[in-house]
Design a protein around this ligand. Structure first.
Ligand code: PMV
Length: 325
């Protein structure tokens, strides 16, 4: 028996441009996915108990009696990552129990956290001594396979190492102070793969234009490391707004994301707000100022988003005590 948990993440600066190798800054946050591996002779089971489904949809077709539930679809998707990990080790005779505080499909790193937590629990159960580096490497390979070969190591690195990571062609841990952010979820799950495809097509069509946008985004990520290190939060917030504008230029902003961004900025005192992750749906992040977190949370909720506070710079994957059941 063994259990492990791994954190979700937010991308603070640099999404999309990072796919072409310019730096992006991400942080692990205090929402975690947990995986527990227990003996189950003669079977191979994955049990998903709770995925923090803030957007659970449930409908019954009264003519056919068919039940449609977003939980079922999301639970199934998360089991695909667990199953890829189990295949990797040719594992048998066990059950993996998954639970997660990270809303799936929201760009907060749910699948990476589930993959890393499962790998860590399984490696402990099998008596393998996988280091954080091993976990980061294997989980990135698995995620890439599942996402048709696309994807930076950002999510899996953050789930494995925690803290802040500056990702370009390599992954570098950076020591920066934790901050509180407000996440606003549009309630629209996003599809990272199709958003990445969209930006890559724009890049192929107009490389001379898109390359300069990438360069500007890379400069924002590097500057952000300095500003956050010096705790110059108003300046950091201003750069978040610039990054949002550049992501809009790349075509991954949506009306729903904009509405949450402007609601957050209108809350008063907010230092900056941008979409986070691939766009096309998913979440925004806002950096609250001296008027505090509650004003931002309320403004996002009034704009029909789901709002919650996250703390950055959190711990990476760790072993957990096993449950009694
Ligand atoms: O949608 P998310 O949060 O998984 O973020 C994707 C970030 C991209 O830069 C668009 C793609 C990547 O692999 O880095």
């Amino acid at each position: 028996m063994a259990a492990a948990s791994a954190p979700g993440k937010v991308i603070l600066f640099g999404e999309h441009a990072v796919v072409s190798g310019t730096p992006a800054l991400g942080s692990a946050v205090d929402l975690r996915a947990t995986a527990e591996v227990v003996e189950a002779p003669g079977s191979l089971l994955v049990e998903v108990s709770d995925l923090n489904l803030t957007v659970e949809r449930f409908s019954v077709d009264l003519l056919t009696g068919d039940i449609k539930s977003s939980f079922a679809a999301d639970a199934l998707r998360s089991t695909r990552y667990v199953s890829a990990v189990l295949r990797e080790f040719d594992a048998r005779n066990l059950k993996v129990k998954i639970s997660s505080q990270i809303p799936p499909g929201s760009g907060l790193g749910s699948s990476a956290a589930i993959t890393v937590a499962t790998l860590a629990a399984l490696s402990k159960h099998l008596g393998l001594d996988m280091s954080r580096w091993d976990l980061a490497k294997s989980s990135h390979r698995i995620e890439k396979e599942m996402q048709k070969g696309l994807g930076s190591p950002m999510d899996t690195a953050l789930s494995s190492f925690g803290g802040y990571q500056l990702v370009s062609r390599q992954v570098e841990s950076v020591n920066l102070p934790p901050i509180d952010l407000v996440v606003g979820y549009t309630r629209i799950p996003h599809d990272t793969w199709s958003e990445v495809q969209k930006v890559q097509s724009l890049h192929s069509a107009h490389p001379e234009v898109v390359d300069s946008i990438y360069q500007a985004i890379g400069a924002l990520s590097k500057k952000a490391v300095v500003l956050l290190g010096e705790e110059k939060l108003p300046e950091l917030g201003a750069l978040m707004n610039v990054n949002h504008g550049l992501l809009d230029a790349l075509g991954v902003n949506t009306r729903e994301l904009s509405e949450l961004v402007y609601a957050a900025r209108g809350a008063g005192g907010v230092l900056g707000a941008k979409l986070t992750g691939a766009g096309g749906g998913g979440c925004i992040v806002a950096l609250p100022g001296d008027r505090g977190i509650e004003a931002v949370v309320t403004a996002i909720r009034q704009a029909k988003g789901i709002a919650f506070r996250v703390r950055t710079g959190c711990e990476g994957v760790r072993l957990e005590p096993c449950s009694r059941s």
